[in-house]
Ligand binder design. Structure first.
Ligand SMILES: C[S@@+](CC[C@H](N)C(=O)[O-])C[C@H]1O[C@@H](n2cnc3c(N)ncnc32)[C@H](O)[C@@H]1O
Length: 350
């Protein structure tokens, strides 16, 4: 693995060859420290910008091509700030925001996020839906989904989203109350023989924070075993409409959690669940052709009802076309983001 501060000259020749094969600029490894950090402002928090700037001690530099996004210097840490802890800002890379924007979600639509944890994009989707329609998040890693639930609660979005611990390559739960799915109120469905339940914490995020503080203070009553089990929770229903598959490259930690992870299978399953006429965004933070264009190519060969769509809003984005027409690549070196591949599909009636 290349060090983030490597210069092109210091990279091993085999790695340079690999970068060349994938059309990647080796300069990205010497520029990592200069790429800004991005925050997204919670809708309605615009008046708080001066206060946030003064707390973070930096200027929030509006990202011209992405609504509600601001660039801040890379060394600024937001996690300990009040603005972050009080749910006024999200930490999310601009390219990730673009992938969500590509889906063009409208209030009232129904969205599935496969590989949803820790949930920055899920929160953005929830904000875009504005409490109308439905949102379902799926992740195979239980602890990551718990973090996702905590995040949703922190931003007061806990009631807007159903979460499932499940493998996205076989997840098949249809929206409750759908003509294809189960009846209203059904909480637990059989999926390929294994029971899948919807998950959340019994307690609110505020209560969990209180317990955490109490534990830190040494309360004898609140040990780590007092943390509740994750249980079924949910009340949303709806028809399948828009669906999103966000299959990102796993970190080493993810690899351990999700061995056998297969992007083509995730994409295929997301598409299977997609309503005719709906849209699906496949986005990965992998920069390789194998995990991006090749996956898209193989997928299109097998699915005659899948059509790549032009992402209209992308005309002003700092990205380039992938090697397949209509796919997009955010290169770290030129886009000033962490880098991302994005492809948008629609399902045709055939
Ligand atoms: C890079 S993270 C996704 C980031 C997330 N979309 C966000 O915006 O915060 C990748 C996630 O994919 C999950 N994952 C990997 N393989 C999966 C699979 N087959 N089914 C469901 N989730 C999977 C991992 O557990 C991990 O949480």
């Amino acid at each position: 693995m290349a060090d983030a501060r490597s210069t092109p000259e210091s990279l091993p020749p085999a790695f340079l060859e690999f970068l060349q094969e994938n059309g990647l600029d080796p300069m990205m490894y010497s520029m990592a420290d200069t790429i800004p950090r991005y925050i997204r402002l919670k809708p309605g928090m615009e008046a708080q910008i001066p206060e946030i700037q003064s707390e973070l001690k930096c200027h929030l530099d509006k990202v011209s091509w992405l609504p509600d996004f601001y660039a801040i210097p890379p060394q600024v840490q937001i996690a300990s700030s009040k603005a972050y802890q009080q749910g006024k800002i999200y930490g999310i890379d601009a390219a990730s925001g673009a992938a969500v924007l590509a889906l063009d979600v409208q209030p009232g639509e129904h969205v599935l996020d496969l590989c949803a944890a820790p949930g920055a994009k899920l929160c953005m989707l929830a904000d875009m839906l504005g409490g109308r329609g439905s949102l379902t998040g799926v992740d195979v890693a239980k602890h990551r989904l718990a973090a996702c639930r905590t995040m949703l609660q922190k931003y007061s979005l806990g009631d807007c989203c159903r979460l499932f611990v499940a493998d996205g390559t076989s997840f098949s739960i249809l929206p409750v109350n759908s003509s294809l799915g189960s009846g209203e109120g059904s909480t637990c469905l059989k999926d390929n023989g294994s029971t899948l339940s919807e998950w959340t914490s019994k307690r609110s995020w505020k209560d969990r924070q209180k317990s955490k503080k109490a534990r830190t203070a040494g309360s004898p009553h609140l040990t780590s075993t007092s943390e509740p089990e994750l249980i079924y929770y949910g009340k949303h229903s709806g028809l399948v409409g828009l669906r999103k598959c966000d299959a990102l490259r796993p970190s080493a930690d993810d690899e351990a959690q999700t061995s056998g992870y297969d992007k083509l299978r995730l994409l295929t399953n997301g598409f299977k669940l997609l309503k005719t006429g709906g849209s699906l965004v496949y986005s990965t933070c992998s920069l390789t052709v194998a995990q991006n264009e090749n996956v898209v190519q193989q997928f299109l060969c097998k699915h005659s009802s899948a059509e790549l769509q032009k992402i209209d809003s992308a005309d002003s984005w700092p990205c380039r076309s992938g090697s397949i027409f209509k796919t997009l690549r955010f290169d770290p070196a030129t886009s000033q983001t962490s880098g991302l591949f994005v492809a948008k599909f629609t399902k045709l009636q055939i």
